[in-house]
Design a protein around this ligand. Sequence first.
Ligand code: MN
Length: 517
Amino acid sequence: MSTVQRTGGRRIRIFDTTLRDGEQTPGVSLTVEKKIEIAKTLDILGVDVIEAGFPIVSDGELESVKAINKLGLKSQICALSRVEKSDIDKLIECDIAYGHLFIATSDLHLQYKLNMTREAAYRAAVEGVEYARAHGIRVEFSAEDATRSERTFLAEVLKAVEAAGAERIDVPDTVGTATPETFSDLIRFIRANVRVPLSTHCHDDYGLAVANSLAGIVAGADQAHVTVNGLGERAGNASLEEFVMAVSRLYNFETGINTKLLYSTSRFVAKESGIFVQPNKAVVGENAFGHESGIHTHGVLNLPATYEPMEPELVGAHRRIQAGKHAGSHGVAAQLQSLGIEASRDEIKRIVQRVKVIGDQGKGVTDVDLDRIAREVIGLERGNPFLKVTDLAVITGIKTVPTASVRLTIGEDQTMTVAETGTGPVDAVIKAIQTVTDRFTKIRLREYKLEAITGGTDAEAEVVVKIEDEDGNITTASSTGTDIVMTSVDALISGFNEVMLRKARSNTQKMKIAPTN
Ligand code: MN
């Protein structure tokens, strides 16, 4: 039943350019501190090369390249440079041992961007590589816009930079216009002209970046330039997580990536860059291992391979069964079980009907919703909520650090008052509540989504939170209201209470199973 094509066997190097091409994503600009944290995360993930930045761009960029270079990471640290001396001097200033030098080779770029003849570009490429080599920098050379370059000229340049000491040639599909067939053909053509190893650098303008990178690898390249979450100029670069999983699982090549860290790395980069991952993204999307349809859920619960082409654990993700209008009784039963609720067949049927009604109204059904529906159907008492907010004040304004003070009732009779500051009023109040919840169980706010449902400043807003408990269980909760601070508090508190309820139920279940004497 294996679908693996045994074409692989070689070890493929992962050249991560999240911090360089990825940072060139419109709207993304990372501080030195954030770049350092991302570099450490990429190192732990196991990438072979981290392209730390383009030092000539700004002082901050130069500082971050320097700082990352000094971290002593296992990954090799590389930095980008045009073939000009002034650029290469910045690599020298950063003490970079691995330079990624580039110049365009397509007539389009030479005429309309560089205003240069082919001869001048050829000379500049060779001189740049020689200059870098003379300063002890090992060079990976990129012929920018290679896929739109005239082949005879491209081959001349590549042979000349190889002779000048470039140790690797990168083949960029700068505007993403290659197809797997044309890219594969180009790699073979270059392979026949130079001896040094080859890299791929594919952009996703037609959604083919990963497919083209894979075609390049099969054709003989041994390193792929990729970015976490496919960040990058315009439509982005080849996505690291998609490429790594496809090249290893479908093509049987090896990489040095610890795939179990793919999901957490993706989330970390999304948070730091502010560019969220689309839910239906392959491998790391929220729905990549989510099932709602009754038919699929039934299949997956019987044997995951029926509708899961890779194990969620392999990429550090969790299977998620979502209640909604497509839900079936098997999925809802499994969800109820994870919430610690026992229900009869007939009760489950009635719960499913109620879930479908909400789904038909176009709404998502959170765990808290499902719990409430189940309790109503079964006639369970929820009892008093574990945590209740009885008082709340938030101060925010100009020249004021947003501060929240919250009084909470815990259980029957305990009360606590806490104050915290934050980056904004919501952050402050969430932090204050978490200092209290931390005393009972460590929870992490995995996701916080705020959406305006109606227009205007008096708009109804919906807050959806996703909370992870110590055991890795995810609980979803939502709340709607016109006050975003109060609505956020409501969602968080009801999610936390659900976590505590689930814990209490699983403890009683454990007690039930325990032998009695
Ligand atoms: Mn690029």
